[in-house]
Design a binder for this molecule. Structure first.
Ligand code: NAD
Length: 368
């Protein structure tokens, strides 16, 4: 198995607590599976601000550019709410995404059988669900110019601009088709080609990339509003969904809710391939720093552990080990282990963050 380097940035709030469990998982793969990962650790967010006066030090940024993958916990917290915008913890995260040019955001929505009753949808709609949303992350209406609030006549006007170049669409489409080939070979592209020119171009470019280089993958197109409806009606019809930054923001949150708790949701942000062929990559749980439960042993470490599973699969060429880790998570959930965020009405008593980690390590041991 190839050697690999990983920079861990635990961040703030529950970030360090969930990351401690990931470190035990990484150590397990080193000891028991011979997976040699060179792990380094640094500060991001409020923790970096406390030490360096900025949410991400230049040296940390340089390290992130060198490693095979970054794994981030979470940033933010009430202590930093009143800082200038440029110093807020989230700016550290945005700097990483921007300077590493992480243009493709992968958000899986996977429903573990033991949690199917946790969804707001009926069990048969979500049980066994396994879909992936690929959201374009570095362009579109969140970045397009002109933008701002301007005076116009005797009132103000707020402007944002949806803008996509062919190459930006091309690379997002490619990452979706590549992923689909490792999954069930189906891509659904979502835009609003009926009312937006950027949507017309999006559809054309995705189709062209498909026809030229990925004819083996099944491709369909859907308007994003219809897609939102289909995601809640019968999400299992999808495998990979590829969409722009704005629609992806909304659609991935809808997909997230199909599966229950924020504490379960991993993500990956990928960029262009590096010299060694691996994509630039940052992995992180979808949740934030959860200041309301920080320091109490209540955080669910699964989202961060599953983010590491994504790193195994997409950065470390260790798909079989990623399967093993995901199966271990499935096992502990089936055994009834629940952090407080996963408690239903059934009178199960909750386990702590560390106990959840213990359970996953035991399930990994049992997998050998
Ligand atoms: P949050 O995700 O931190 O928390 C929302 C709710 O979900 C809280 O009740 C929290 O206790 C719960 N929760 C979240 N993760 C959990 C886990 N692993 N286990 C159990 N429960 C969990 O969102 P928020 O409260 O809106 O934001 C808190 C701080 O986090 C803010 O400073 C915000 O800016 C920041 N934030 C950071 C990120 C990030 O680092 N990627 C993302 C979102 C929010």
């Amino acid at each position: 198995m190839a050697d690999a380097s990983l920079l861990i940035l635990p961040g703030d709030g529950i970030g360090p607590e969930v990351m401690a469990e990931v470190r035990r998982v990484i150590a397990w793969f080193g000891d028991k599976r011979g997976l040699k990962i060179d792990v380094s650790e640094d500060l991001v967010g409020g923790a970096a601000y406390d030490k360096h006066g900025v949410p991400l030090a230049d040296e940390t940024m340089a390290k992130a550019q060198e490693v095979d993958a970054v794994l981030l916990g979470a940033v933010g917290g009430p202590a930093y709410d009143n800082l200038d915008f440029s110093l807020k913890p989230e700016r550290g995260l945005l700097r990483l995404r921007k300077e590493m040019d992480l243009y493709s955001n992968l958000r899986p929505a996977q429903c573990f059988d033991a949690l199917a009753d946790f969804s707001s949808l009926k069990r048969d709609v979500v049980a066994g669900l396994d879909i992936m949303i690929v959201r374009e992350l570095t362009s579109g209406v969140y970045f397009g110019e002109p933008r701002g609030i301007f005076e116009e006549g005797n009132e103000r006007v707020g402007i944002n601009t949806q803008r996509y170049t062919e190459s930006e669409i091309d690379r997002a489409a490619r990452s979706a088709f590549e992923l689909a080939r490792r999954r069930n070979n189906k891509v659904c592209s979502m835009e609003k080609a009926n009312v937006m020119e950027s949507g017309v171009l999006w559809r054309e470019v995705v189709q062209k990339v498909h026809d030229e280089d990925y004819p083996d993958v099944e491709l369909s197109h859907m308007y994003a509003d219809a897609g939102a409806m289909q995601l809640t009606r019968w999400p299992k019809q999808f495998d990979v969904i590829v969409t722009d930054n704005l629609f992806g923001d909304l659609l991935s949150d809808i997909a997230a809710m199909l599966t229950g708790s924020l504490g379960m949701l991993p993500s990956a942000s990928l960029g262009a391939p590096m010299a060694n062929g691996r994509p630039k990559a940052m992995y992180e749980p979808v949740h934030g720093s959860a200041p309301d439960i920080a320091g109490q042993g209540k955080a669910n470490p699964i989202a961060c552990i599953l983010s590491f599973a994504m790193a195994l699969r997409y950065s470390f060429d260790a798909g079989a080990e990623a399967d093993r880790l995901e199966a271990a998570v499935e096992t502990v959930l089936a055994q009834g282990l629940r952090t407080p965020d996963l408690l239903g009405e059934d009178g199960v008593s909750p386990v702590t963050t560390t106990e959840m980690g213990d359970g996953i390590l035991a399930a990994l041991d049992a997998s050998l």
